[in-house]
Design a protein around this ligand. Structure first.
Ligand SMILES: [Zn+2]
Length: 302
């Protein structure tokens, strides 16, 4: 659990102990801020039969029936609603309403978690309102979002909001116990910084893309699939280019891979591709990436 979640854990533990925990909790924060970790902890504490108090923070006991069932992912009184990158429809929300109408199988409380709540359709959000308006004393619904501003105000007003704000810059690197080699580190990189497997993926992405830019032998289809099969590729492309430019101007340590003119020309191509990807809803991602690689090849071969 990230150390910046301590305050939230303390607050929620206090509310649980005083039996004042709101029935609808909306956890907001950027990607990798710890929304999922915090919600998992909360749900496990709520369902645990005898949570332990560790310095005013409640912790699941890990040995009661509820904890053991959670561990094997077979706890019956919890419902998970995930968007899987798509929109969350009214049927999924109605499933939650029906779930809350039934009595708890273990006779304790019932919890539901909606990840990426901003992916709810308007009708799904309206259906959820009904559930939020008539809370049952032992039902808790937790919503996660990285885009609070896109949620219906009527949903937001019925939820207790927990806004996770991880530290930034040097402070963040210190929290994550990383050496501060990049003075330009920012929150958009949290995913790479806090998740070693994402970081590894990013390093590989950067390596392959720079290999391609330097005309060293690399399979173009490998570069293309790195761009295509990765939800972060657009952000990463921009990040690699910005890094190369910072190195070029000696703001960052590192080799000058290409000359200034070439880097600038490639950066413009990348920006224009990113613009197309963002603007066109139905943009053919693969086609835009293919064209980008071809255009870059022309520039570096000049
Ligand atoms: Zn337990």
């Amino acid at each position: 659990m990230h150390s910046w979640l301590d305050q939230q854990q303390l607050l929620l533990s206090k509310q649980i102990t005083q039996i004042k925990l709101p029935h609808a909790i909306l956890i907001s924060g950027v990607e990798s801020a710890g929304k999922s970790e915090l919600s998992q902890w909360l749900i496990k504490v709520l369902s645990c039969n005898k949570p332990e108090n560790v310095q005013s923070v409640l912790m699941p006991c890990k040995s009661c029936k509820s904890c053991l069932l959670h561990r094997s992912n077979t706890y019956p009184d919890h419902l998970l609603i995930e968007s899987g990158g798509k929109s969350i429809g009214v049927d999924q929300v109605r499933q939650a309403s029906r779930f809350f109408e039934k009595t708890a199988q273990l006779g304790h409380c019932k919890t539901a978690l909606i990840t990426a709540a901003h992916n709810m359709t308007v009708s799904a959000a309206n259906a959820l309102l009904k559930t939020l308006e008539e809370p049952n004393p032992d039902n808790y619904i937790v919503l996660l979002t990285s885009e609070l501003e896109t949620l219906l105000p009527t949903i937001i007003s019925r939820c207790f909001i927990i806004d996770i704000r991880p530290p930034v810059g040097e402070k963040l690197l210190a929290e994550l116990k990383l050496s501060g080699t990049d003075p330009f580190v920012n929150l958009s990189q949290l995913k790479e910084l806090s998740d070693p497997s994402v970081n590894e993926k990013y390093q590989n992405f950067e390596h392959c893309f720079c290999t391609f830019l330097q005309k060293k032998p690399i399979n173009l289809s490998e570069v293309l699939s790195l761009l295509n099969d990765n939800s972060d590729s657009v952000r990463w492309l921009e990040k690699v280019m910005v890094k190369l430019m910072r190195q070029q101007y000696n703001w960052l340590e590192g080799d000058h891979l290409l000359n200034e003119k070439v880097i600038w020309a490639i950066y413009q191509l990348v920006l224009s591709a990113i613009k197309q990807l963002k603007l066109l809803m139905q943009a053919n991602k693969q086609f835009i990436f293919e064209k980008l690689l071809v255009d870059i090849t022309v520039v570096i071969n000049k």
